[in-house]
Write a protein that binds this ligand. Structure first.
Ligand SMILES: O=C(O)c1cccc(C(=O)CC[C@H]2O[C@@H](n3cnc4c(=O)[nH]cnc43)[C@H](O)[C@@H]2O)c1
Length: 246
């Protein structure tokens, strides 16, 4: 089974329509069934890190998927070459605002000495991994989807925040701190729970907006959501049968 996590119903209309409604404890939305020949469970978790972590943990406590995919829309930082409607694929997830703001600057969790996940092999602080073999499968699907739609795509670090980058000043600070190309409100939280459960994680986002001074006229939420759904479907369609995938 493949687990899919979207924040809002608007980010997954096509996939939801192909699945049967179910429910997770706590009222988190769940949809089950088969997509492109793969068994899937789609959680619609609500906005932000707390919802994302709770829904992911509830899902993983009752099933052990071979892959967890966070998907939906996200903001693109300046200089990345990404525009609304384009696609982005995470190579790692980094928390953007977990830490302490001090007179001397921002102290992240590594500086504070607080690991978020202790895997046994190593401690994980602010940066969560993406599984390399699944990443190469996803790269092919995202590239093919972008080409089909006549759009650009990029891969790189994603950052997850509670306070979105709706001003140039804040956006520049988060970009300098994280080196991210894409900002979301859920990705690192899903990745953190996957690391705790030792399960592979991917994040695929359609770009809905540029980060920086907030201008709702520059957003394309429907185009971003459609692009991400199409890339997820392409990834599922390209996967081998359940037993022989990475
Ligand atoms: O109205 C706003 O200024 C605003 C800011 C951020 C997100 C929204 C949404 O309605 C989308 C929610 C959904 O999309 C992801 N998202 C999209 N763009 C961004 C962003 O620039 N920074 C962080 N997250 C973003 C996010 O994962 C949400 O789940 C409206």
């Amino acid at each position: 089974m493949i687990a899919l996590i979207a924040a809002t119903p608007q980010e997954c209309p096509e996939l939801r329509a192909a699945l049967r409604p179910a429910a997770l404890p706590g009222g988190y939305g769940l949809f089950r069934g088969r997509l492109a020949g793969q068994a899937v469970e789609l959680a619609v978790c609500g906005l932000g890190k707390a919802n994302a972590a709770a829904a992911t943990a509830l899902l993983l406590a009752q099933a052990r998927p071979r892959l967890v995919i966070s998907f939906g829309c996200g903001g693109a930082f300046p200089g990345t070459g990404l525009k609304p409607g384009d696609l982005a694929l995470a190579t790692a997830e980094r928390y953007g605002d977990e830490g302490v703001e001090t007179p001397e600057g921002f102290l992240d969790l590594r500086a504070l000495g607080f690991a978020l996940v202790r895997t046994g092999a190593r401690d994980i602080f602010d940066t969560l991994p993406v599984d390399p073999s699944w990443l190469s499968q996803a790269r092919a699907a995202v590239a093919a989807t972008a080409a089909r739609r006549g759009r650009a795509w990029r891969e790189g670090v994603f950052t997850t925040v509670s306070t979105c980058s709706g001003s140039d000043r804040h956006s520049a600070r988060i970009q300098a701190r994280t080196g991210a190309l894409c900002e979301t409100m859920e990705g690192a939280a899903v990745a953190q729970v996957c690391a705790a459960f030792d399960l592979p994680f991917l994040n695929i986002r359609g770009i809905s907006n540029p980060t920086g001074d907030r201008d709702r006229a520059a957003w394309d939420l429907p185009g971003a959501c459609a692009a991400a759904e199409e890339a997820v479907s392409a990834l599922l369609a390209g996967l081998p049968a359940e037993d022989s995938s990475p």
